[in-house]
Design a protein around this ligand. Structure first.
Ligand SMILES: Cc1ncc(COP(=O)(O)O)c(C=O)c1O
Length: 378
């Protein structure tokens, strides 16, 4: 069944009432079946926490539905979490590598690994150390496209290198949501998403997703999530479920808008010669692997480097439609002077997350301010 249909019908088998729109279940606890009482000690350990509802930290109806749909959309057993970061922690805890090889990646993932190395002895390396240090049971973590640049990293290349030495590849695919790319075709072993971004798509919920290759690992991760206390809340799960229904429409439109905006800026770069120094986006990358990776379209996020931090400040203050805020993936376009939230980034970098507005309006909004900067009017 196609992506669009799965996103709407992937949880039909979970219907418990005749309502077409699933109800918002807020209960934190569920009545035991008094005709069939089994003590916790006697429970079959192979039964998943989602199969018999007991307490909402274990599982709840909205999370169960969510995992049904997302597992189909990602083509693999998936577990949902309260945020992208809690999903990342859960993966490191389940796969417990002794050595983690981290590419340049979202800055909080670097900080998460630092915490685990401080408390648990995890050794953290860069990708340059793979040949010398990587071995069986270790984990390579890459992010593609890379935040905040929106440029792709060669996932297949790192999957091959991981597998050659018995290690696994964790791909943070937040910036390449389905249907833009299929990480399993690229050799990923574990796929992570900040569901807060394109899955949620409306800047109104936090969620994380880990997809793995087998049902048993997903079941174990759900059991561990119970102890970590990181299941997404009921209301957030309901909102996420509603968001998934339109995911294909949103993501395709966002990707098309972004690529069109990047093309416009690139084609007219000479007109903003003293403002716009560089554009980062997958659609401008020449490497062969990029098109093979982004089979459904390039990602909906890109970055520009301006001539000075002062120009960045003036740009983000003067655009009207692009909202000056961090995060990405929502239906509304965002712009961010990235130095506001990342202390290690180039102070001349502005990140843009493209929404579903009409492309002509987005181009007008951005270009009108770039023109004023170029002419010295600002
Ligand atoms: C690439 C990437 N991974 C992970 C995260 C963390 O996700 P969350 O904010 O949902 O915890 C983010 C958040 O911006 C991100 O951009």
């Amino acid at each position: 069944m196609s992506f669009a249909t799965q996103s709407i019908h992937g949880d039909d088998e979970c219907n418990r009432v005749p309502d077409v729109a699933p109800p918002i279940n807020v209960s934190t606890t569920y009545r035991f079946d008094n005709d069939n009482l089994v003590t916790a000690a006697e429970l079959d350990p192979s039964i998943g926490v989602d199969e018999q509802l007991v307490y909402a930290r274990e599982s709840h109806p909205n999370a169960v539905r969510l995992e049904h749909v997302i597992s189909k959309l990602l083509g693999a057993p998936s577990v949902v979490y309260s945020s992208g970061l809690s999903a990342y922690f859960a993966a490191l805890i389940r796969f417990k590598p002794k050595k983690l090889f981290q590419a340049a990646c979202y800055h909080s993932c670097v900080e998460a690994a630092e915490i685990l190395s401080r408390i648990g002895g995890l050794k953290v390396y860069t990708l340059d150390d793979i040949d010398a240090e990587c071995g069986p049971g270790d984990l390579i973590h890459i992010e593609s496209p890379l935040n905040p640049y929106g440029e792709c990293v060669d996932v297949s290349h790192y999957a091959e290198r991981a597998h050659k030495v018995g290690a696994k590849l964790l791909l943070d695919a937040t910036l390449a949501p389905p249907p833009l790319s299929n990480p399993w075709d690229l050799g990923a072993d574990i796929v992570m998403h900040s569901g807060t971004k394109y899955f949620g798509g409306h800047s109104d919920l936090l969620c994380g997703i880990i997809a793995v290759k087998d049902v048993e690992t997903a079941r174990l991760m759900r059991n561990e999530r119970l102890v970590l206390g990181t299941i997404p809340a009921s209301l957030e799960s309901f909102l996420m479920l509603r968001s998934l229904r339109t995911m294909e429409l949103r993501v395709r439109r966002q990707a098309e808008n972004c690529t069109a905006l990047v093309k416009y800026l690139n084609d007219h770069k000479a007109e903003f010669g003293s403002v716009l120094k560089h554009i980062h986006h997958g659609s401008l990358q020449q490497e062969e692997f990029v098109k093979k990776q982004m089979t459904g379209g390039f990602g909906p996020l890109f970055s520009i480097i301006l001539n000075s931090p002062d120009q960045c400040v003036k740009l983000v203050k003067n655009v009207k439609l692009f909202q000056h805020a961090t995060s990405l993936g929502g239906v509304e376009s965002l712009i961010e002077w990235r130095a506001m939230s990342d202390s290690h980034i180039d102070k001349k970098l502005v990140r843009l997350s493209v929404g579903v507005e009409h492309i002509d309006d987005l181009i007008d909004d951005l270009v009108s301010v770039l023109k004023r900067l170029e002419s010295g009017d600002l």
